[in-house]
Design a protein around this ligand. Structure first.
Ligand SMILES: [Zn+2]
Length: 465
């Protein structure tokens, strides 16, 4: 038994250890306590299931107190009630997880506890709250009544909660933090604007099916999105160390269904697409694209970083490119690229660049900062969530308006969480199509958001379209 457990963690937690995760800290019991007041609400159930999903990807002993209420939201794994869904989700992600339900809510030595809702003990380490699109983590008990129908706030709270637990087991302090991914606001500026699903932006091309794409698929599924018209392109195969951060993926996708490597692993494209019913393509984008260049998509998301995909995406002539990333500095980042207003994705994030380690904002320094995919579950989850929030609100989305085109969300929970940035267009960019060529692309095959490209608005003004 212990050999199986050790072998599983040895392989699964490679990326977590690269990011500074320590085995002893990951063994520390964490308790997830869900109050009756929120267990009966869609918002409380979304927060519960997302939090257990993220926690099971790093923590090795989880003690749950989750009421067996009737399910009101989609689940990753079939189940009859909220408690069963949480347990089944956790064990599908981590078949060797030590999953317990202790007899009382009295504190357990050495454990850390997080509470959701008001019907929870007053001596816990962390509390989560949500109101509209705003999620909130705090170390003090919460007042007021919980919002039963929050969508993005409940999701955000789960992400903050997972970050908070990881920080605390590593003995790192956290501060009370609020974030609203719809408004792209934080702390005292964070309001309660929210959006409900499903995501309806037309056809979507997702380039890359790694952790951020997987998180986007997870949130899109929870938002009730129908994946018809979503094409997900990635030739890569799931490995067990991907399971530390890919929200739609379970140990079975990596070929370790019972905690041992007994099956053939799935393609990442399948392990991401299944969650929302999208179409997987087992090819690298540079191989797939020449066979599909007659077909435009309404939205193109560049969620990969190798094989020059950012430059290839910039050359498509799209009216808008969105993507999200994680960094080696505990940030999840949302990027906007409107042609002629912003720089292009290849100029902003060249393939050859290594993540910058400007200052040690995190508690731990990744030992391999140039490893492109070392990340923790809540970082990928936050990146996918910011993307889902933007997609749920096109064309009015906060990310599409104003000069800011890059948002860095710091999940150390030890500093102001949101850093907005602006990158102007680069002189001499050789990636992005010039305006007349973009217009030709749009004229040849019109798509839903072409009007977001200023070139078409200028043409409209002159009666040319
Ligand atoms: Zn460029």
């Amino acid at each position: 038994m212990s050999n199986r457990r050790d072998a599983f963690y040895d392989e699964r937690d490679r990326r977590t250890r690269q990011y500074g995760g320590r085995d002893k800290a990951l063994e520390r019991p964490v308790r997830i306590i869900v109050g009756d007041d929120v267990a009966t609400t869609p918002a409380g159930q979304q927060a519960t299931l997302a939090l257990i999903n993220l926690a099971a990807r790093v923590h090795r002993h989880i003690d749950v107190h989750i009421p067996a209420t009737r399910l009101l939201v989609p689940t990753l794994v079939p189940a009859n009630d909220l408690h069963a869904a949480a347990v089944a989700t956790a064990l599908a992600i981590n078949p060797v997880l030590e999953l317990t339900t202790s007899a009382t809510l009295a504190p357990i030595d050495g454990s850390l506890a997080i509470g959701l809702g008001r019907d929870v003990p007053k001596d816990l380490d962390l509390y989560l709250d949500w109101a509209g699109g705003r999620g909130h983590i705090n170390s003090a008990p919460l007042a007021g009544s919980p919002d039963p129908v929050s969508v993005f706030g409940a999701a955000t709270a789960a992400v903050l909660g997972a970050a908070g637990l990881f920080r605390l087991v590593h003995a790192q302090p956290i501060r009370a933090t609020r974030f609203n991914p719809i408004e792209l606001t934080a702390d005292d500026r964070a309001g309660t604007d929210d959006r409900s699903g499903p995501i309806d932006v037309g056809t979507v091309l997702v380039i890359g099916a790694g952790a951020v794409a997987s998180a986007l698929a997870y949130w899109a599924r929870q938002l009730g999105t129908d994946g018809t018209g979503w094409d997900i392109v990635d030739a890569d195969i799931v490995e067990l160390h991907n399971i530390n951060r890919c929200m739609t993926m379970t140990a079975a996708h990596a070929g370790w269904p019972d905690g041992t490597p007994i099956e053939t692993p799935a393609h990442k494209a399948d392990a991401t697409a299944w969650a929302l019913g999208g179409t997987p393509h087992h090819q690298w984008y540079d191989q797939w694209q020449p066979q599909h260049d007659a077909q435009r998509h309404d939205v193109v998301l560049t969620l990969a970083n190798a094989r020059g995909v950012r430059a290839l995406a910039a050359q498509r002539g799209e009216p808008l490119l969105l993507h999200a990333t994680t960094s080696a500095n505990w940030t999840a980042e949302l990027h906007r690229h409107l042609p002629d207003r912003d720089d292009c994705p290849a100029c902003r994030l060249p393939d050859t660049s290594k993540p910058k380690m400007a200052c040690a904002t995190g508690p731990t320094i990744p030992t391999e900062p140039d490893s492109p995919d070392a990340a923790l579950p809540f970082l990928s989850a936050a990146a996918g969530l910011m993307l889902a929030a933007t997609l749920s609100d096109i064309p009015g989305a906060a990310a599409l308006h104003g000069r800011i085109n890059h948002w860095q969300l710091d999940l150390t929970l030890d500093a102001p969480p949101l850093q907005p940035r602006q990158h102007p267009p680069r002189d001499g960019c050789t990636h992005q199509l010039p305006a007349p060529l973009r217009q030709a692309v749009h004229t040849a095959q019109a798509c839903r958001w072409d009007h977001l490209d200023d070139v078409n608005q200028r043409a409209d003004a002159h009666g040319e379209l």
